[in-house]
Design a protein around this ligand. Structure first.
Ligand code: ME8
Length: 515
């Protein structure tokens, strides 16, 4: 019987289109894209979703300041965001907007269902609200100055009639779920934070509607209220699949395999979201990974602080794959990391120019010089080859292990270790000396073949990370062996093909000294 194709549903947060996106949004999206591409390469039926979270008071205010309607305001930013994802080669399968009429209607149905089941009830809200973060806080959660613990700005007391979700009812079930699914929250440190800071002290019911602003999805049975942002936002992960109206896609892809989010919204994805799903009697996602932040000059890059450049400037200056590579390689995934143009330049020069680009250019130049770019493999091996070939054979499973545990930066490190070894192999085998001895022609052909095969195998493994570069390498190699299966054996590069003209993959970037 044919094995059923395995599915993989991966999501990014849906970002607020309150301003154009910055490198922090690119960071999550590039990583999600690399994971999605990696799974596709392995043969999974992948559904990769991103999108925008368009309702709420903050956007309402921004639009008012700009003198346009909220919809006009967000439309412009979404056009810009889609263009940015295109220039970053983001291969999403679906882009959800919370202003999509399908989403709005489905959210209303979900809200009504929760109300009918008694999981949502009407009450009065009194609380401390941070407008820029759209978050309610309790006294004990505020920072030492009595401000918002996330952005450290002032919070305001608000009082209004509101609907509440019975979060408290699910406390025990949630704790049990955590116990039974130890990998649900990654990295594990974030799980302890959720348990100790939020769950163990006791979950309070959650305010899920507002009457103080209009830019939201109306509660259809009480239209004085709009649905407060987290029910509207979190349910994007299922409304996009048709829930609760049309379950075909939903049955295929739900539950999500991976919600990739920044650490500041782990709380919503690992407390509110599972409880909402329990109330709807739906399976819970397999994993929520809360990654760290990219930091600029010691602080979080932030739309409201405006301390950033348009990411397209980096793409234009250094190329899409330099930006992708930096995001994927520089910071241990899960930790915070510094973003600076200087770090981006250094990373590009050291890895993409010196290691990858250099290997490709040296090898193709030698193949051209000695053999007119014709590939042959007489298999004249020597002991010195072992270090290289044994590493190549181990590499796919090494990379796979790292990718399965989302150690994306380490997967890249492992691939670049091969490239470094290959550069060293050139120095050790000294092809320019072999070329002077006619009796060594077959050995020289073998050396060049080994190097070309290293390049091909690395290019296959690099496809999810720097797809444009891999594509260029495949063109230069003139090879059709680009599948994941083709790297299980060493020696799949076709013999008697002629390589195409080589070109520079990455130009060395001069460090700006005048800054
Ligand atoms: O929170 N470093 O939207 P948002 C790394 N709409 N990642 C960063 C980052 C940084 N400096 N800045 C932002 C929202 N991000 C909600 C989400 S989901 C149902 C609703 C990334 O526009 C990171 O993924 O504030 C973070 O979680 C997300 O952008 C926040 O985007």
């Amino acid at each position: 019987m044919e094995e059923k194709q395995k599915k993989f549903y991966i999501t990014t947060p849906i970002y607020y289109p309150s301003a154009n996106f910055h490198i922090g949004h690119c960071y999550t999206t590039i990583i999600a894209d690399a994971i999605a591409r990696y799974k596709r390469l392995k043969g999974y039926d992948v559904f990769f979703q991103t999108g925008t979270d368009e309702h709420g008071q903050k956007i309402e205010k921004k639009a008012e300041e700009a003198g346009v309607t909220p919809k006009e305001y967000v439309d412009k930013i979404i056009e810009n965001a889609k263009d940015l994802w295109k220039s970053l080669d983001i291969s999403y399968d679906y882009f959800i907007r919370t202003t999509d009429s399908d989403h709005e209607r489905r959210v209303q149905k979900i809200f009504k269902k929760l109300y009918d089941n008694g999981d949502i009830y009407k009450g009065e809200y009194k609380g401390l609200y941070c407008t820029p973060c759209e978050s309610f806080w309790t006294e004990s959660q505020l920072d030492e100055n009595g401000n918002c613990p996330d952005c450290h700005r002032e919070v305001h007391e608000v009082k209004e009639e509101a609907y509440f979700f019975r979060l408290s009812k699910y406390q025990e079930r949630l704790e049990k779920f955590y116990e039974e699914n130890p990998n649900f929250i990654q990295p594990v440190s974030r799980k302890n934070e959720m348990l100790n800071n939020f769950i163990k002290p006791g979950l309070s019911d959650l305010c899920v509607s507002r009457t103080s602003f209009k830019w939201g999805i109306p509660v259809d049975f009480d239209d004085k209220h709009v649905i407060y942002v987290w029910i509207d936002a979190l349910t994007n992960y299922i409304t996009s699949l048709g829930y609760p109206e049309d379950l075909e896609k939903f049955n295929k892809y739900w539950p999500a395999d991976l919600h990739l989010v920044g650490k500041e919204i782990v709380r919503f994805h690992t407390i509110i979201w599972p409880c909402l799903l329990m109330a709807l009697d739906l399976p819970l996602p397999h994993q929520v990974f809360g990654h760290g932040w990219l930091i600029i000059n010691g602080g979080k890059i932030s739309k409201s602080l405006g301390n950033y450049k348009d990411p397209r400037e980096y793409i234009n200056d250094y190329g899409v794959d330099a930006v992708r590579y930096f995001a994927l390689r520089e910071v241990p995934f899960g930790s915070d990391g510094n973003f600076s143009e200087e770090a981006l330049i250094n990373r590009t020069n050291s890895d993409l120019v010196n290691t990858l680009g250099n290997l490709v250019n040296r090898t193709l130049a030698m193949s051209k010089k000695y053999f007119n770019s014709v590939v042959t493999n007489p298999k004249v091996y020597e002991n010195i080859d072992d270090n290289l070939t044994s590493y190549i054979k181990a590499l796919p499973s090494l990379v796979d292990k790292k990718m399965e545990s989302l150690k994306v930066n380490e997967a890249l490190e492992d691939i670049f270790e091969l490239l470094k070894r290959a550069n060293k192999y050139i120095d050790e085998t000294t092809p320019w000396i072999l070329a002077k001895d006619e009796t060594k022609t077959d050995r020289l052909k073998t050396v060049i073949y080994n190097l070309l095969e290293v390049i091909r195998i690395s290019a296959v493994l690099l496809t999810p990370f720097i797809p444009e570069t891999s594509e260029k390498i495949f063109k230069m190699l003139n090879t059709k062996e680009t599948s994941f299966d083709s790297i299980n054996d060493f020696g799949k590069l076709e013999e008697n093909i002629t390589l195409n003209e080589s070109f520079i993959l990455f130009n060395r970037i001069d460090t700006k000294t005048n800054e």
